[in-house]
Structures are given as structure tokens and as C-alpha cells.
Design a protein around this ligand. Sequence first.
Ligand code: NDP
Ligand code: DGY
Length: 319
Amino acid sequence: MKVFVTKRLPQEGLEILTASGVCEVSMCDSDDTLTKAELLKRVDGVDGILCVPYDIIDSAVLDAAGPNLKMISCFSVGFDHLDLVEIKKRGIRVGHTPDILTDATAELTIALLLATSRRIPEGVEMVKKGEHGGSLWMCGYGLTGSTVGIIGLGRIGFAIAQRLMPFGVKRLLYSGRTVKAQAAEVNGEFVPLDTLASDSDFVIVTCPLTPETQGMCDKAFFSKMKNTAVFINSSRGAVVNQEDLYEVLSSGKIAAAGLDVTSPEPLPTNHPLLTLTNCVVLPHIGSATFSTRGAMAVLAARNLLAGLQGTHMPSELSF
Ligand code: NDP
Ligand code: DGY
């Protein structure tokens, strides 16, 4: 069988595929995202695809792969880049990488929250410029005694909540489609999205990108937030209306934002959000620790082999 890996894969995953004797591996030997034209060309006739969130797997890609395609393995937990309706129609199985990246992503989200609320990147620049100021200079907002609202108390949202508890957060709110039994462990209160926006000092987005969440954090949402509040997004860029975010940040309607994800990625270097000192933008590095990326590669490879062989998949997406 033939498989195509759309981006250079950590060695431990690649070794599992090449040593399996199950498939012939063709890998894009680059760290750049493939163009659509290149992706269409490279998937021709394959049985399996191992892809990253930047590869949009739509009917054009499925058609280009052809009838042999039986398995799509995501090197990610998120699967918003897949056209699941078309994939299901064709009886193709899908694997992804939940759980093993939860801790790394939660850690990074906490780092981003603190960097944003305590203005760390701005402070580093001040030191380089030799600047110093008065008693309110470079002040930010602290977590102690605060109210934190998490949109999407799933695996990552819950891991963030656990990590926040020792900081002395007073109230932990969450919103989503369903009440979570596990929320009791972090004293989480299930509230409507509007209440979360209006009552939180920190809003953290950790839900998936779906038709329902696309553009959810827009002008109407931000206008309910406190003007001292900090907004953090580590889910997907398209959950946020970035024009609206720029407006509320530049007008001081909210205090600051930290984004690990944007739309598009990378964000053009002349994007207005990058001109703001109260916006910290990272290049989608939530799961970027050596061990996590290695574990993701191993799981994605095992998922792929199981899908090719028609056996039990360690982490199959049900849809
Ligand atoms: P989970 O499925 O465990 O959690 C997602 C949560 O979002 C669930 O609790 C779900 O609640 C909730 N949710 C679904 N729809 C809505 C909605 N409309 N409004 C509010 N909440 C909603 O996923 P993970 O925690 O593992 O991952 C979450 C997302 O994080 C991924 O989909 C991915 O996009 C992103 N991610 C980003 C990374 C990064 O590098 N920045 C790394 C890894 C993931 P319910 O069960 O009630 O539907
Ligand atoms: C995911 O797993 O969905 C991340 O965004 C990629 O690491």
C-alpha cells in the first residue's frame, strides 16, 4: 500500500511506518505547508494520508487520491480541516491524536495567559531599549482572586483549569454544549456564554472550530467583556473575528489578548494585530514540546497502519 505524509514527521513516527512492511512511504521532505496543487499531485493513488491541520482535506483531495484511499491520519487532535461528510460517504476511516498533547497545550496556554496579562514580551523590549518608568509603569492583571471563564471545558480546557487552581483563582466559569461532571473537581460553574463574557477577568477559548463556533468571539461577545479583561485563544484562529478583536484591543474596550492561533497561519507580518502592544501572538505552538510531537508522530503512525490493515485503531475518530 502507498501512503503520503504531507509534512516532515518526527523520526519515531516515520520509523514505525517504514519498519512495518505494510506500506511504501512517500513524505514531503519539507517543513513548509504544501500548496493545494502539490497536495493534489502527491496524493494520487494513495491508500493513506498522514496530514497536518494546514492541509484542507476536501472532496478535491479525496478525488485526487482515488478509490484506494481508506485512511486519513491527523497529526493533530483538531479535525476541522477535514470534510467529514465527504470522508464518511466514501467509507474512509480517520485517526487523530487526543490526550497526549493535552498537558503541553495546557502549559502553553498558561504561559501565554501570564505573558499577556503581565506584559512579558513588552517588558523584554523595554529592557532592550533601556526604558524604565514609574509606579504604575508596565502594570498588568493578576490571577489571584480573579474569575476565569473557559469556553470548552474538554480535555485541554480541564487541564488548564487544574493548572489555574494553585494561582488562587476565585471563580472558575465554563460554557459549552453540555455540563461536565469533571467540572466539580475544579469548582467549575456552567454558565451561558454571555455570563462568561461579562463576569470573567480572563476568558480562555479551548473549544474546537465548528460551524457553531466559527466567528463566535466577535464584536457582540467582546462588548460584553470587562475593559480590564484578558482574552486568550488556543483553539483555532477562526473562532475569533480578528477585525473585531483589533477594534476592541485598539480602543481599550478589553485590556489584552494572547493568541496561539490565528487565521491565517502564519499571520501576514503587516497584519494590524501585530502592531498592538496589548496583543501577544504565537505561531501555533501549543503542542510543541519534543516529547509531545514525538508521541503524536507515534500515535499518528499507529493509527495509519491500523486504518490500512482494517484493525483496531488506537485513536479513531467517530463521526
Ligand atoms: P475536547 O473535545 O476534549 O474539548 C472540546 C470542548 O469544547 C468540549 O468540552 C466541548 O463540549 C466544547 N465545545 C464544543 N462545542 C462548543 C461550543 N459550541 N461552545 C463551547 N464549547 C464547545 O478537545 P481538546 O480539549 O482535546 O481540544 C480542543 C481544541 O483545541 C481542538 O479541537 C483544537 O482545535 C485545539 N488545539 C489547539 C492546539 C494548539 O496548538 N493551540 C493543540 C491541540 C488542540 P461538549 O462536550 O459539550 O461538546
Ligand atoms: C491540534 O492537535 O489540533 C493542534 O492544533 C496541532 O498541534
